[in-house]
Design a protein around this ligand. Structure first.
Ligand SMILES: [Zn+2]
Length: 536
């Protein structure tokens, strides 16, 4: 009898041990973003997943001798942020070799970053700022002059790009590239001019790309990001994915990446895409790296084209019909509501022949989406990735469309009411900053970088809704909303412990929030301040 009781005790201990959490977070304010919007004090993680949530006392009772117990000292925890439209693969490739002006409050500060890079990089290295800034963020409210760039780094070729519309080169850069510029050293023109110019710049070596990828992902972790949906983009060819693939093979990914593929050869996109995905089924990969379909540019002819011809639409239809037949997801870049009917007509035609309702197709941007378009999207099961384009572009939009129209841009509350899946994000790093807290603040106050309030209360989400766009909402686009995006039992332990309480800090401080501890699959990928020693 005694022996049997002893055996039962041993068995119970073994079972308990198998369920003992490896990490427990206590004394926190955990914003779970579950369906009930529950707040919890503590959670427990085992093998990369959340195994329990509750009070600190309840979670402490689950701890075994091996469990790591982290005292959050009252800090706020949110689900790891997911940017549903971040050109992360491209940004990562050059992160170790580019200078960035993201968040610089003055031109003086921006130029100082160029000078600093000229000291830390190899002598004579190219100093490249490839976007991610705008004029209104500087208190001087203007672009740099060529003379200022020369003064900042007299012994380096310097290249500064503003969005996709303008670039400035110093004489050393002009000579090295052998290009023609305006008298002041600038190049302006359409997107294609700037893309072609950028292609002439020296590319980082493969090792620099790998290094840049790891550093960029760590930078995203610093800002609480644990996942991205990468929509390909300009200047991004198959060889440009190899650094990312190496980081994945090495097991060094600290951000989960779902990626889509673009057509790059004008007129030859169908052949190109067929070749690219012939042996890559939709969803192929693992929880760190997953193939997510086509986009955001599917054919050059339909890219930023408000009046596509019948022939251009026929070609596009052929590709997306083929994608539907193969069960592929896709995301499509579209700028404005006035012409989006051209795209929705095609999607509706495909849907009649091959239902696309479960394929998680999406439209990116469409900042001025009308209620009618959102209803058509809902009927097709199409999601909407929303970025903080108005943070940089708000004043321009008011000039073009008027203050009244700008009040409802983008209409995320209407989209939510209609039931369109919405993901948050930025479109970084050429045309925007990748900082999710800049974007979250903009969701909440509708203010541009210059401080102009543009959006009205009708289309302003509350804090939890904005957070949901950036977590569960974004997870939907890669079929991951049951795996991540909220902090619930069984989900991946992707989370961020914040430097300030996102739920209660004054709105104008949201942009300054950082993570002090970021977990991806229960693993510490970033830690600072009181948690520094938890990393590695
Ligand atoms: Zn786009």
């Amino acid at each position: 009898m005694k022996a049997i009781a002893g055996l039962a005790f041993v068995l119970a201990a073994a079972v308990a041990n198998a369920q003992t959490p490896d990490t427990i977070l206590v004394n926190g304010k955990i914003v779970t973003a579950d369906p009930q919007s529950s707040m919890r004090e503590a959670l427990a993680v085992r093998d990369g997943r959340i195994v329990a949530l509750g009070s600190s006392a309840q979670m402490r009772r689950l701890a075994g001798p091996q469990s790591r117990v982290i005292d959050l000292q009252g800090r706020t925890v949110i689900p790891g942020l997911i940017d549903s439209h971040l050109h992360a693969i491209r940004a990562a490739q050059t992160f170790a070799t580019e200078v960035n002006w993201i968040g610089a409050a003055s031109l003086v500060e921006a130029l100082a970053r160029v000078t600093e890079a000229s000291r830390t990089m190899k002598p004579g290295a190219w100093l490249i700022v490839a976007g991610g800034w705008n004029v209104q963020q500087f208190k001087e409210n203007r672009r740099p002059t060529q003379a200022e760039l020369v003064a900042a780094a007299p012994n380096n070729p310097v290249y500064i790009q503003l969005g996709y519309g303008w670039a400035m080169l110093t004489p050393m850069a002009i000579k090295a590239l052998n290009v023609t510029t305006a008298a002041d050293g600038s190049v302006s023109g359409g997107q294609n001019t700037i893309i072609a110019l950028f292609d002439k710049l020296p590319k980082p070596t493969f090792d620099q790309q790998v290094d840049g990828t790891k550093k960029f992902f760590r930078e995203l972790n610093r800002l609480g990001i644990t996942g991205v949906y990468d929509p390909g983009g300009n200047n991004l060819l198959p060889e440009d994915y190899q650094a990312l693939f190496k980081v994945w093979r090495q097991g060094d990914m600290s951000v989960r990446v779902a990626y889509t593929l673009c057509g790059n050869v004008p007129g030859g996109e169908f052949e190109e895409l067929k070749n690219l995905v012939a042996l890559v089924p939709q969803g192929f990969g693992d929880d760190m790296l997953r193939f997510g379909g086509l986009g955001e540019r599917i054919t050059a002819a339909m890219n930023n084209n408000n009046r596509p011809t019948d022939a251009e639409k026929a070609k596009y239809y052929e590709i997306v019909k083929w994608a539907a037949d193969r069960g592929m997801a896709l995301t499509m870049h579209w700028g404005n509501d006035a012409s989006v009917g051209q795209l929705l007509d095609i999607f509706e035609r495909v849907n009649k022949e091959t239902p696309i309702g479960n394929l998680r197709w999406s439209i990116a941007h469409l900042n001025d989406a009308s209620e009618a378009s959102l209803r058509r999207m809902k009927a097709l099961g199409i999601g909407w990735t929303v970025q903080d384009a108005m943070y940089f572009g708000g004043e321009g939009y008011v000039q073009q469309a008027g203050a009244a129209a700008a009040k409802r841009v983008p209409p995320v509350n209407t989209g939510t009411k209609i039931g369109v899946p919405i993901g948050g994000g930025t479109d970084a790093h050429r045309v925007a900053s990748y900082n999710p807290f800049t974007s979250l603040q903009w969701f909440l106050d509708g203010k541009t970088v210059a401080g102009t309030a543009i959006r009205g209360p009708e289309e302003t989400p509350d804090r939890l809704d904005a957070l949901r766009f950036y977590t569960l909402g974004s997870a939907w686009f890669s079929f991951d909303e049951k795996k991540r995006g909220s902090l619930e039992v069984g989900k991946l332990a992707d989370l961020a412990v914040l430097s300030k309480d996102y739920m209660t800090v004054p709105v104008d401080e949201v942009h300054s929030i950082e993570s002090v501890l970021t977990l991806v699959g229960g693993k510490v990928v970033y830690a600072s301040g009181p948690f520094t020693k938890l990393e590695r």
